[in-house]
Design a protein around this ligand. Structure first.
Ligand SMILES: Cc1cc2nc3c(=O)[nH]c(=O)nc-3n(C[C@H](O)[C@H](O)[C@H](O)COP(=O)(O)OP(=O)(O)OC[C@H]3O[C@@H](n4cnc5c(N)ncnc54)[C@H](O)[C@@H]3O)c2cc1C
Ligand code: SF4
Length: 619
């Protein structure tokens, strides 16, 4: 029988210690508050845990020895309310490769490190589309549309972008464009971009010659040694390529940004931060007024601990964040029949490759990857924002938004090139495979460029998160259930980029680069012939910020409408967005906002006004 242990109250209680919670731990402990953070898993040390395990591709990539075991807790998936949802049972290709955060640093121990700001259009996607293309346009292209604007504009968000980028440590130089002009930034990234490959430079020159705006890939892998705004010293990437490919390989130098190597060391240094490891949070308890009184968690021995606090932060990521609110009875659960309630509502997937094998492609001679065999997961290429947001005219088109385009990225590292994680086939073993691997590294080899991508998956009233009525986790609590299928917007965007006239700019860039063997387009999967069959790492919405308690869970201070001493941040708190593989960067400023909101709450408890303090960056 487990013992119940009552812990001393803290000013601030954090659930999880990933990217988002790490910022709160640092900011609030530096501000002088007593902070307690509870997480699953250990505090990984890159020198002793990762460097000494360096060559264990099987253990890391397949056995997932640094990940949270799916056998203890997973989520179930279905495409619509008429289906029976089945659980994803293992985080391994094919089907499911997203791993779950486990320990300090969370899932960012495993991520790619692709960064890049979300531009102004995405914050006002709903109202901008209505004013430019007509009030009924979104409803006509997105059945059961549930798209909303964010509760703040890009200009209001901008100062928080800067604060987060300087603390987390972002490498890059500029961030794409807005209607032809550089995206407004009051401060450039703190570290230079990663060195470009010859292919990345050729792509940049060709794009710029045609009037597009290319900038180096924005990345959270430190390009040089750096001391962040918390005074934490960060090692630069040594370009050994270990973390490449399917992103399962944690960094052995600490160059890949996550809370364990950026924010938590600063929190520990204050002496005000208590870290509780190897523990499973399973409930938030509430008072009569709806505020949170404490959280309950199991320690590694199965004892139950009760941790009271004044203000709470839910940084458990994705469905863990949403599920914990549903099973604790915090907030109004979404009801898909009546389209009422907000917890679980507006679930969308940030981006996907489900509907297209791309657009035009071609080969550029003499652009082999010889000098870049030790690439990492994000860098070497340049990217364009010209084909996303509303940076091109969508008049007459049946989709909104678009996709970031890039070329010349590093080839990935040793384990990345052993593409076994993608399933074993002649493409991943045998003599033909070996020949392609060898030629990849010859300086005289041919570089390949391809374009395309899908437009964003949009929120509707039929995709949502709730509690599964059949499956439970190892502790006996119900699993989360995903009900989601891809929306038409993604397919229609993919078709546009893969065929005329949408493919014309890409063919022009390929010609400018001197490419040969240019194909005019990719293969578009027939609309609605592919369905969501996995849970990924960029779920957006499901626990949205917004201006109304009836359709959002958190207000503009990241504060729960129904429980004012609960704050949260992460991609699931995004309102919506375009197709960019940099969800952590887009959510990062939300945690800076939450940090400010929590300090306001500690000084004067209550519901904060749902707008920021009038701070603005450039428009
Ligand atoms: C393979 C892969 C590639 C990715 N690539 C990119 C990329 O290139 N760019 C990008 O921007 N993003 C990428 N992501 C997504 C990115 O990693 C996440 O957005 C980010 O790490 C989320 O941070 P977080 O703090 O919200 O959650 P996490 O980092 O997951 O932290 C959650 C924390 O909560 C803890 N926790 C969870 N449940 C409980 C519980 N019940 N009790 C106690 N503790 C709990 C976990 O241990 C962890 O510490 C990728 C993710 C994966 C898996
Ligand atoms: S290539 Fe990846 S694993 Fe190697 S130092 Fe750079 S970020 Fe770390």
């Amino acid at each position: 029988m487990s013992t119940v242990i009552q812990e001393a109250p803290a000013d601030v209680v954090l659930m999880g210690l990933g990217v988002m919670s790490g910022t709160i731990a640092a900011e609030l402990s530096i501000a002088g508050y007593n902070v307690v953070g509870v997480t699953r898993g250990p505090y990984w040390n890159y020198a002793t845990d990762f460097a000494s395990n360096k060559y264990d591709e099987w253990g890391i990539g397949f056995e997932r020895k640094f990940d949270f075991p799916a056998s203890l807790q997973t989520t179930t998936i279905r495409n619509n309310v008429n289906q029976f949802a089945l659980p994803a049972r293992r985080p391994t290709f094919p089907i499911q490769y997203h791993s779950l955060g486990f320990g300090v640093g969370g899932v960012a121990q495993h991520y790619g490190g692709n960064m890049g700001r979300q531009g102004p259009w995405a914050f006002t996607m709903n109202s901008s589309t209505a004013s430019k293309y007509g009030a009924g346009h979104l409803a006509s292209i997105n059945p059961n549309d549930d798209t909303q604007d964010w509760p703040f504009t890009y200009a209001e968000y901008e100062p928080y972008y800067v604060a987060w980028e300087q603390a987390f440590g972002i490498s890059g130089n500029g961030n794409g464009n807005v209607n032809g002009a550089p995206m407004p930034m009051s401060k450039n990234y703190p570290m230079q971009g990663h060195p470009l490959t010859p292919l990345g430079s050729a792509f940049q020159s060709a794009s710029e010659a045609l009037g597009y705006y290319a900038c180096p890939h924005v990345s959270s892998l430190a390009s040089v040694p750096y001391m962040n705004t918390y005074g934490v010293q960060i090692n630069g990437c040594v370009y050994d390529g270990w973390c490449g490919s399917s992103c399962n390989y944690p960094c052995e130098t600490g160059a890949k940004a996550n809370s364990a190597f950026r924010s938590i060391p600063a929190a520990i240094k204050t002496g005000k931060f208590k870290m509780v490891l190897n523990s499973e949070v399973f409930r938030m308890d509430t008072k009569a007024d709806g505020t949170i009184s404490d959280i309950r968690y199991y320690d590694a021995q199965g004892n139950v601990h009760v941790q009271p606090g004044t203000v709470f932060f839910n940084g458990m990521w994705g469905y863990n964040q949403t599920r914990s609110m549903l099973i604790s009875g915090v907030g109004a659960p979404y009801n898909p029949t009546t389209a009422t309630g907000s917890v679980g509502r507006g679930l969308t997937y940030g981006y996907g490759t489900y509907s297209s094998t791309g657009g035009p492609s071609g080969s550029v001679a003499g652009m082999g990857l010889n000098s870049f065999c030790a690439g990492n997961a994000a860098g070497g290429d340049t990217f364009l924002y010209d084909f996303m947001d509303d940076n091109f005219d969508h008049t007459g088109l049946n989709f909104i938004g678009g996709a970031q385009q890039s070329a010349g990225g590093y080839s990935g590292g040793g384990p990345g090139n052993l593409t076994q994680a993608g399933g074993v086939s002649s493409a991943s073993q045998g003599s033909a495979y070996k020949a392609t691997q060898k030629s990849k590294y010859q300086a005289a080899a041919t570089g390949h460029v391809s374009f395309g991508g899908v437009a964003p998956d949009l929120p509707n009233t039929t995709s949502y998160w709730d509690i599964d009525p059949h499956y439970v986790d190892a502790w006996g609590d119900p699993c989360a259930r995903i009900t989601h299928d891809w929306t038409p917007n993604g397919y229609l965007g993919a078709s546009y980029f893969a065929s005329s006239p949408g493919n014309a700019p890409f063919i022009a860039i390929l010609n400018k680069m001197g490419a040969t063997g240019i194909s005019n387009g990719g293969t578009v999967v027939a609309p609605f012939s592919a369905h969501t069959d996995w849970w990924g790492h960029h779920w957006r919405g499901g626990n949205r910020v917004g201006v109304s308690a009836s359709t959002s869970v958190f207000n503009g201070w990241q504060q729960a409408w129904m429980a004012p001493n609960l704050f949260a941040a992460g991609e699931v708190n995004n309102t919506t967005g375009d197709t960019v593989p940099s969800g952590t960067h887009i959510a990062g400023p939300q945690v800076q906002i939450a940090s400010e909101g929590m300090q306001k709450y500690l000084l004067s408890p209550g519901l904060l006004t749902a707008s920021l303090d009038g701070k603005t960056g450039p428009t």
